[in-house]
Design a protein around this ligand. Sequence first.
Ligand code: ATP
Length: 270
Amino acid sequence: SILKGDSLVQVSNITWDDIGGLEDVKQQLKQAIEWPNLYKDSFARLGLSPPKGIILYGPPGCSKTTLVKAIANSSKLSFLSLSGASIFSPYLGDSEAAIREVFKKARQTIPSILFFDEIDAIVSKRNEGENKSTELGLLSTFLNEMDGVEQLNGVIVIGATNRIDMLDPALLRPGRFDKIIEISLPDQDTRLKILQVKTKKIPIANDVDLIKISEITRGYNGADIENLCREASFQCLRRNIENPGQVTMNDFLSILKPQERKQKDNISLF
Ligand code: ATP
């Protein structure tokens, strides 16, 4: 098989509660993916058909991939994923074959979610990039497969990208990716919710002020916040590795401080 391990049917155990905030995005995904299955008759009566494809876009580290895993888990659909960056092969035609194969697998395991991470790498605008002929082949293979999904019903295609401006407009035509959802950098309230999720299972001291931390982490994405919490736990561990106590506010602040220092260092370089 041309496909590598990461494109096999995966099992996800991510739940909605693992994702802080983004309630409206969660709701949109449920409506688009779960409702058509749960309320088939109502959809039919109103002449509604489920979206065939969904694009999630926004900056890196803001839980696009995690959201797709959560919807796959909660909707009990089989879940296949392929990273755009991993698909490129030096052998002519191999990338196209990989696309066809992953769609075929998705059809064999319906109802299923077929997830393309970094989808811009597969279907970027036709007039960009050096290797024009290869990219054209990839794009038309992708569009072909996607158009073929219609009759088969039961495969929902989700693409994630940081660069929606790079996508070929042909993808966004009705009947292809007909739902576009933006996921932006977390605002303060969302950062607070992410902090709450990430500290749920660690012993934190009474002095830890998550609101304060959510205020001073402006510009952080979800992945940065996750990292901050992990580093704070490590600080606590270093204090007493045999018998670690609680993670304190100081542990968090000591992690934030070196970052501020780093910024200052960078400035002094110039
Ligand atoms: P990329 O574009 O880099 O692939 P992404 O948007 O797909 O990023 P994920 O890979 O889903 O982001 O998230 C990166 C990490 O950050 C994950 O470990 C995830 O758990 C964490 N994370 C991001 N946002 C949140 C959030 N709102 N709640 C909880 N965890 C989050």
